[in-house]
Design a protein around this ligand. Structure first.
Ligand code: SUO
Ligand code: CP
Length: 338
């Protein structure tokens, strides 16, 4: 499949100014398409702003594991001339406390109120990954960790996936869809389907929430459909505007893009109610689609969430999607550097 960007298009692109101050949600972005164009322009010419971040430092703090986010963000920063320092707080740092006013007589050794300003003195931009606990919905959905981080570090913050959202992933996803449609235009806006998939562990709702939020905000979305089993509805604040169904076959009809993701329950929070393998996308199910491209943020559990025959087929664009993480991160960092 040809996934290159037609070079003529690049000349016509006027890349707008997003005036980003932080990047924790689609709500921080004024113009999604401008950011996407910026990402695709970096893909064509990775080093076009190679000195923009010279003598600047970006700190990447991980409270949870990562492959793509950590590496692509470091590469993106390097392409802009920045020094990137990764800190695995969960393994190498003091255990951080994020709640205000607590008596710190338990496991946490350092408050974000103290660590935040210190980190802010070391770095020009700070990034953090903090998964949800999946125990108390109110706590997770208040985004306690990333909000405290934003509040106390005094620097522009990039979310590397928080308790409820994964905006760098979603920007990449919109970028990848745009890239594919530019290489092979449909002549109409695409039908995009987010489908739940089985998994063995209770997973965050972040990627699904975030994809829904971006799909609903993006002008390029034609029809956006979310398919999930009974009792797997996501938070309405992110899905409002989407068509929601429990009939996966119905959702898949004529789809141009199918985004596959597991999430745990939102209402009765953080549970697994359903693991019917019938929800796993197969080549057979893709027959009613418009030769759909299949997306997944990765990591993916093969033959649980997605079958080998789909992942290893030409439908799958998961590698292209993951590769594009670099350009999305580079677009965001460069906006924050301005
Ligand atoms: N950053 C991308 C996804 C991260 C996380 N997946 C996971 O934890 C998968 C773990 C596993 O399969 O063991 C999620 O769904 O939000
Ligand atoms: N998609 C994604 O965020 O991957 P990592 O968890 O490996 O960073």
């Amino acid at each position: 499949m040809d996934d290159s960007i037609p070079s003529g298009l690049l000349k016509e692109w006027k890349i707008g100014d997003n005036k980003l101050k932080k990047f924790t949600s689609v709500e921080d972005v004024n113009d999604i398409d401008a950011l996407v164009k910026k990402a695709l322009a970096y893909k064509v010419n990775p080093l076009k702003d190679a000195t923009l971040g010279i003598n600047k430092r970006i700190g990447l703090l991980f409270l949870n594991p990562s492959l793509r986010t950590r590496l692509s963000t470091q590469i993106a920063a390097r392409n802009l001339g920045m020094e990137a320092i990764v800190f695995n707080v969960d393994k190498e740092g003091w255990q951080l406390e994020f709640e205000d006013g607590v008596v710190m007589s338990g496991n946490t050794s350092e408050h974000i109120k103290d660590a935040g300003p210190v980190l802010g003195s070391y770095f020009d931009i700070l990034c953090i990954r903090t998964f949800p606990q999946l125990v108390n919905r109110e706590d997770d959905y208040s985004e306690l960790f990333i909000n405290a981080f934003v509040r106390y570090c005094g620097r522009p913050v990039i979310s590397l996936e928080s308790a409820t959202l994964h905006p760098l992933q979603s920007l990449t996803d919109v970028t990848t869809i745009t890239e594919i449609l530019q290489a092979k235009p449909l002549g109409r806006k695409p039908k995009i389907v987010l489908t739940w998939a089985p998994h063995i562990k209770p997973l965050p709702q972040c990627v699904a929430n975030s994809f829904s939020q971006w799909m609903n905000a993006w002008k390029g979305t034609g029809e956006f459909v979310i398919a999930h089993p009974e009792n797997y509805q996501l938070a309405e604040q992110f899905t409002k505007g989407a068509t929601i169904t429990t009939n996966q076959d119905e959702a898949l009809k004529d789809a141009d893009f199918v985004y596959v993701k597991n999430w745990s329950t939102y209402e009765d929070y953080g549970k697994i109610y359903e693991n019917d393998p019938a929800w796993m996308l197969s080549l057979d199910k893709l027959k009613t689609t418009n030769d759909a491209r299949v997306m997944h943020c990765l990591p993916v559990r093969r033959n649980v969430e997605l079958s080998d025959d789909v992942l290893d087929s030409s439908h799958s664009i998961v590698t292209q999607e993951a590769a594009n993480r670099v350009w999305a991160a580079q677009a965001v960092i460069s906006e924050l550097l301005k």
